[in-house]
Design a protein around this ligand. Structure first.
Ligand SMILES: Cc1cc2nc3c(=O)[nH]c(=O)nc-3n(C[C@H](O)[C@H](O)[C@H](O)COP(=O)(O)OP(=O)(O)OC[C@H]3O[C@@H](n4cnc5c(N)ncnc54)[C@H](O)[C@@H]3O)c2cc1C
Length: 380
């Protein structure tokens, strides 16, 4: 109370330009963002000049996930798509540790930090076991690249977007490799329409990917490069990649004040302003939320923009009815790249495969645009 009074007198008497920086820091609200993925990085970047922003992430960098499969066949690509948090957050505090607990006032990290928040953003989309530093991450890509380069035959497990994009990257850059894709569903890319997944299957098979549908692979019983499928088939491959989705990054919330805000699937229940239900100063954004829509990066970015706007409004004293509302994306929109030039795109009413959607995504994989969104040069 005394400090606040002193601050008011001080502020009136002295022009703002000569106020010590520390005084400004004290005036701003504390915004703590947990998770430095697609959503968390953008909300932190958007608010870093208006608030005391703390970004808590297990790793020191943000990775543009949709560029990660290209980095497996071209490790240098990761120089632009793996971005140290410090590059785009010059005015925020970066805490490299896992968030482990939340109370009504503070977030606690695995390394023992306690960070007070006025507003909290939970954006820990998926559990990750990633490298801690950018250098380590790029070295991992180098290792994966060597693995692909030295293999004559490669098995990819699961035909979701990650498995399909990886198969395509490999056969386009290394057309001599024998690639087998095993998917337990009845069609690849089940998250988009049948027509789009049929076009994808045609592209894969015409590029000599052997696609086995309706079967799974028992990785435990594989030995010496021989894999058995649930349908009794045998696949011989020098190496394999498992492309299954990661689990929701909410298990750490189960012992926190948000434990009752998780639905049965572990997703964080949010309202139309993207606030966690029952908590006026806590926002949930990105893949961790229970918003009924596909879990996609461009939607996570939209959440981040709405949350940043709402936090900025609240810090200025706006009433609840002035807050921006998020409308879930009800229609599928997705582009899955098929190597460097082609792609398959699902639009709300139709799908298309080939060079046209490829021109939208497959060359740069939106890396330049994503970097621009973080206030960075599109090229390094
Ligand atoms: C290979 C791949 C390709 C994709 N391609 C596309 C695409 O082309 N287009 C598209 O729209 N979407 C794509 N997606 C989906 C997109 O990446 C996700 O929708 C998006 O990453 C979700 O963002 P997020 O911030 O919610 O979560 P994430 O990006 O998963 O980020 C979560 C962050 O939280 C951190 N974290 C987790 N737990 C904790 C903790 N306890 N404490 C601190 N930090 C923690 C993690 O380290 C991570 O930084 C792709 C995903 C993958 C994996």
């Amino acid at each position: 109370m005394l400090d606040a009074t002193l601050f008011c007198v001080y502020k009136k008497a002295i022009p703002s330009s000569v106020l010590p920086a520390k005084t400004y820091w004290a005036e701003k609200k504390n915004v703590v963002v947990t998770g430095g993925g697609v959503a968390g990085s953008l909300v932190a970047k958007s608010l870093q000049n208006e608030a005391n922003v703390y970004l808590i992430d297990q790793k020191e960098y943000f990775e543009i996930t949709w560029a990660s499969l290209r980095s497996m066949v071209e490790p240098e690509f990761a120089e632009r798509s793996v971005i140290s948090h410090s590059e785009y957050l010059p005015h925020a505090k970066i805490v490299t540790s896992a968030a482990v607990n939340i109370t009504d006032t503070d977030v606690f990290t695995a390394q023992g930090s306690r960070i007070r928040y006025d507003y909290l953003v939970v954006a820990t989309g998926h559990t990750q076991n990633s490298a801690r530093t950018k250098t380590e991450k790029i070295s991992q890509y180098q290792i994966e690249y060597e693995k692909i380069k030295s293999a004559k035959s490669i098995l990819i497990v699961r035909g979701g977007p990650t498995g399909v994009e990886l198969a395509a990257e490999i056969v386009v850059d290394f057309p001599d490799k024998k690639v087998t894709l095993v998917h337990r569903g009845s069609r690849v890319l089940e998250f988009i329409g049948e027509s789009a997944s049929g076009k994808t299957l045609n592209w894969l098979t015409s590029n000599k990917v052997e696609v086995i549908l309706g079967q799974s692979v028992d990785l435990n019983s594989s030995s010496d490069g021989v894999y058995r499928t649930s349908g009794g088939e045998t696949i011989v491959a020098d190496c394999h990649f498992i492309c299954i989705g990661k689990s929701v990054g909410s298990s750490w919330l189960k012992e926190t004040i948000l434990k009752d805000s998780l639905d049965t699937q572990g997703r964080l229940m949010v309202d139309s302003n993207l606030r966690v239900k029952g908590h006026n100063n806590i926002f949930g954004i990105g893949d961790i939320t229970d918003i009924p829509e596909l879990k996609q990066g461009y939607l996570a970015q939209s959440h981040a923009k709405i949350a940043a706007k709402n936090i900025a409004l609240l810090t200025k004293g706006a009433k609840d009815e002035k807050l921006a509302i998020y409308k879930p994306a009800t229609k599928a929109l997705a582009i899955v790249s098929l190597g460097r030039k082609k792609a398959v795109a699902q639009f709300p009413c139709f799908s298309i495969a080939g060079r046209v959607p490829g021109m939208i995504k497959s060359g740069d994989l939106f890396v330049g645009n994503t970097r621009k969104g973080l206030g960075l040069q599109p090229n390094v």
